[in-house]
Design a protein around this ligand. Sequence first.
Ligand code: IPE
Ligand code: IPE
Ligand code: MG
Length: 237
Amino acid sequence: MVSIDPKAIPGHVACVMDGNGRWAQQRGLPRIEGHKQGEHALFEAVEGALELGIDWLTVYAFSTENWKRPPDEVKFLINFNEEILDRRKHELHEMGVQIRFIGRRDWRVPKGLIRRMDEAAELTRKNKKMVFTIAFNYGGRAEIIDAMKQLMASGVSPDKVTEKMLARQLYDPDMPDVDLMIRTSGEYRTSNFLLWQLAYSEMLFTEELWPDFTRHSMRDAVAEYQSRSRRYGGVTA
Ligand code: IPE
Ligand code: IPE
Ligand code: MG
């Protein structure tokens, strides 16, 4: 097993859970079977993160661009997310996980799903082990635009705007910058995930398809992260 330095665990890990469709297609199954299998990988990621002592885990569940998919798949993803929250929120609660959500709550997100999100967040509000954020109907550009709108509405004069002020208007002002972004499935892009928070993140792209992701994948990712040298534009001593 790879060795991990417990003193250098990334505080915030963000996952682009990609490759569900291809996982299913490789097996001659419909795409939704890949999403179903992705639930197992999601809980592997959560448990792996808890074992490592990661404080913040954020996952990309549905992007502002995913509405372009065939209506049946969109419908499945909405219902499936709602069902997972309903079925598994107690388990997450027992693990000490605090569930949060980021994303636009526009007319396209059904009321039933919003209710489930609020219930899961409320149930787990006081948990301290790890903050687990689900990005649903999330787009990094939409988040920055929404933050800008609030800043402008507050009447602040343009020459007074700072990075801190904008960051305070993001969907979750408590969310720290991402230390490690993991994207599965061999695609080397962010696809509009956490654009602001990724500025100095270490990026890890793996060939594994999301349904095959396990707690060992999380450990390997953290080990790779620990081999990187983060300079933030400076120089290392
Ligand atoms: C990621 O898997 C899940 C979501 C985007 C909701 P995909 O459905 O994108 O799987 P591929 O990329 O088509 O294999
Ligand atoms: C990113 O994956 C969105 C999620 C994982 C929810 P996509 O599969 O939608 O991204 P692209 O289309 O390959 O860029
Ligand atoms: Mg994809």
